[in-house]
Design a protein around this ligand. Structure first.
Ligand SMILES: [Zn+2]
Length: 388
């Protein structure tokens, strides 16, 4: 029986609150035993069981691997010129997606796969051991189906986002496009996807259209999540709670009624600080949500338009600096919060039985993730009990 013991961990973050009564479940001078890709034992290093293979963490901090629950990795080309224009004063609108759609439709399957694989590799090496990937740049039956079959090769957390924007060939006929998404497109993609998603916002889909898309997905056996309230205050958060969505994502605008609804529900608010950063928009106040009892997750939202990064440590630094989260809250949201946003109990924590997905940092504390922004603090990444 192959066991590996990680010993001499300066600070272990388990995210098991039963350990110390805090959400991070911290153990100082800890050890972690792994077997068959799972956590077998956690506790004080001095009382650790013996194992065939022993790794000395040299007093460094070990955290659960990041669970990044919101990414758009199936696309071609980039939009660096649009970014430069925006930094020069142009406002962000949802319309830039059309340019990526055009390039994605023209790209070969192998080009789309290798680009997504490159980004997944980048994410993994910055500590992301679970990643969600959406479609949404195909917007035809054929292109959405192939986007999801490519995504499925990379992760189990695949999301159908046929309702990303109305494609140009359906200009002025948004309801007809919604019918296509809910009909033939959904039928063709459903075997490749766990989730159904919709962009419910100005310039994308109305609340009624979004409700129709999500309900069609639910009827087909998919689980709902949605993009809501990125560009303006709307009814997307309320819709998410109404349909028991696992998560409402962006949540850049919200009112007291939204906070109340979220706090009473199982729906997670997934904040995407990379989007505010890259569109030079106002950040939401995460502290306000957390204080009201809302479960908050952080995700990278990697996409070529509004957040072209896979780096979860950067999301933590931005959430602490710009969204008023504490370093502990931000780390929890980037790990266990992300797992809850994907309705997963096997990742995002390091309790006995969890997947042995973890990161050995170069520093002795997780606080450094926010305290040393932009510095690569990832020493080792372990996934399913093996060092990558
Ligand atoms: Zn998104």
């Amino acid at each position: 029986m192959s066991q590996t013991l990680i010993k001499n961990i300066g600070l272990l973050v388990t995210n098991n609150s039963e350990i110390d009564g805090t959400s991070l479940g911290l153990i100082e001078k800890a050890a972690l035993l792994i077997e068959h890709g799972k956590v077998k034992w956690v506790g004080a290093s001095e009382s650790a069981p013996s194992a065939e293979k022993v790794i000395d963490a040299s007093g460094k901090c070990v955290i659960p691997g990041f669970v990044d629950s919101h990414n758009h990795l199936i696309f071609a080309g980039d939009r660096s010129n649009e970014f430069a224009a925006r930094m020069n004063g142009q406002k962000y609108e949802a319309g830039g997606i059309a340019y990526t759609v055009e390039l994605t439709r023209k790209a070969s399957d192998s080009d789309l796969l290798s680009n997504a694989r490159r980004l997944q590799h980048e994410a993994l090496h910055s500590g992301t051991t679970t990643i969600e990937i959406k479609s949404g740049y195909g917007l035809t039956v054929k292109d959405e189906a192939r986007s999801l079959s490519i995504a499925k090769q990379l992760t189990d957390e695949t999301t159908f986002l046929g309702a990303h924007v109305v494609p140009s060939e359906f200009k002025g006929k948004a309801d007809d496009y919604v019918d296509l998404v809910c009909g033939q497109m959904l039928t063709e993609v459903k075997s490749h996807t766990k989730w159904i998603d919709v962009f419910c916002d100005r310039g994308a889909f109305t609340t009624e259209q979004a409700r129709k898309v999500l309900k069609a997905g639910i009827a087909a056996g998919l689980l709902p999540r949605l993009h809501a309230n990125q560009l303006e205050q709307g009814d997307g958060i309320a819709l998410g709670v109404e349909l028991d969505a696992a998560s409402v994502d962006h949540v850049s605008h919200f009112n007291n009624s939204d906070i109340e609804k979220l706090a009473k529900s199982k729906t997670v608010a997934t904040l995407l600080p990379g989007a505010e950063f890259s569109t030079r928009s106002n950040y939401p106040d995460a502290r306000k949500l957390i204080d009201a009892g809302v479960t908050v997750a952080l995700a990278a939202d990697c996409n070529p338009g509004s957040s072209y990064t896979t780096n979860m440590p950067l999301m933590i630094a931005l959430a602490v600096r710009e969204m008023f989260m504490t370093p502990a809250q931000a780390l929890w949201s980037a790990t266990k919060g992300g797992a809850q946003a994907l309705r997963r109990t096997d990742v995002g924590h390091l309790s006995v039985g969890a997947n042995a997905d973890f990161v050995i940092l170069k520093e002795s504390s997780y606080i450094h993730l926010a305290y040393r922004p932009g510095v690569n603090l990832i020493d080792e990444v372990w996934q399913h009990g093996a060092k990558i």
